[in-house]
Design a protein around this ligand. Sequence first.
Ligand code: OOB
Length: 570
Amino acid sequence: MTEFVPTEAGLYAWPEEISRKYKEQGVWGNENFANWLTAKLKQYADVILLSGPDLQSGEWQQMTGQEISAVVNNIVEHCHSIGLGRGDKVVMQMGNNNAFVLTFFALLQLGVIPVMALPGHGQREILHFVKLTQARAWFVSAQSTSFDCHVFANELLNTVPTLKHVVVDGLDLKPHPSILSLLGFTKATEAQITALEFPGLAADPAEMALLLCSGGTTGIPKLIPRTHRDYLYNIKASAKLCELSSQDRYLVALPAAHNFPLACPGILGAIEVGAGVVMCPVPSPEIAFEYIENAGVTMTALVPTLVKTWLNYAALVTPPAACLNLLQVGGAKLDEATARRIGNELNCNLQQVFGMAEGLLNFTRDSDPNVLKFKTQGRPLSDLDEVRVVDEQGLDVAQGKCGELLTRGPYTIRGYYKEESANQKSFTTDGYYRTGDQVRRLSSGHLIVEGRIQEVLRRGGETISVETLEAHLACHHGIKDVAVVGLPCEQLGERTCAVIVSQDQNLPKLTLKDIRQYLAAQGVARYMLPDTVTYVEYIPLTVIGKIARKKLSAQIHLELNKQRQEIQTV
Ligand code: OOB
């Protein structure tokens, strides 16, 4: 039974006999991140492990393991001199540049627990993270936030007494005793700690190593405590499954603080095997394709919305350089039609990844037949991952039938950080995480994601998966982007609304009748046909690039109400 009593540090531990099993099976080791990082930077002292825009000049900079160590040591010393130490929390909100990796590594060496905020997070989220964790510092890239970080830094320092410093990666620093320049941190200092004294080296592998943000499409993110041993397993096993080697170069195109590019295998997986990490400041194909060519990138990870942008660019301008071998796609459902285009049009292999910051990762394997690579979201990483697919009563459904995915295992958390009531709902009493994802499991163990539980429409007694309907609509050549939302309806409970971005703004818009006829011709059931269609310039996305459903719904409601009022007043 899971006891919903966290340790003093806010961690929900695995039961003793299960921990023993994971240790005996060699899944959990005795390392912590500081031991691991120290060893890796030494092992790959002469290997170029990091390339990307330089902190100061923005120019291309390549760094070997040894060069990384030297700068990381400087940052460690500066952090130490402002009082940051083992177990302290620091909110990190940095863009995709070399400074991200150097700062993150320095925090790991210190045993500081970074809260991995994304550049797209707003002031509300940052304030929440700082308060909840009693963070002592906020490390932020001035250029990558959507708000003025200097103004907000002052506000935070004045209102949250536990926050002592803001460290800014960016040049336009205004003088303030508690707002410091990251650039200064990278330079040598008087205060010398030798690498042997790094406080992080003393961390217990069972302790919390970092806090990830949950990736929902609604509401404020929850914080996910990942321990040294579970996250080290996560990166090592992912790197092995992907056959990542020192010959590879991994392009960080998604925001680096997200679990997918950070650890699946991502940045940390690359360091594990001595592959190069290439930091790409934005994921647009114009820039990313240049980086792929110039840095000889072999592998990257994207969300489906970006895959479509890359495919369009490849078709109209140029495909990426031939060195790109593997494209991982995850974060949201990749429709089959798009999956099938990747091999030919981007000249690389596709790997679907269905993962979550809470833990469980599913990958399609290189050896899988194409049908599984195109139609499924992969199968669990570890033999020790336990997966159940259950109905509304919590009973296991028959194989191949749709139900909610529950999971527990050696790298899946047992509870969110300081979220008592969410934990009661999100975890079963025997420690399974309720993912909220509707899946079907095939006899091979592969999972097909049908959508989120909350993301189905209840229309006149029928249940409609918005993602399934979106996938059908996305196949229409006149539709560039699409989302489906429910609108309140007295007769039906909910009406189905297709929100469309036209492929060509100059052509006449598809009518509701056109769309219904098209879908019916594809064999889509009558009850699933949209009741309304509306056009937008773009679909709002979350910080990582998933459809921001709550925001979109609110936007469409507002828009349609406005139109209704206008009609009434005419
Ligand atoms: C990844 O992690 P999060 O925490 O941002 O989001 C997790 C949720 C899942 O519960 C699921 O609803 C959705 O995102 N999701 C997918 C998916 N991958 C994630 N839905 C359909 N198909 C997929 N392939 O998004 C994440 C973490 C690690 C690796 C990859 C993705």
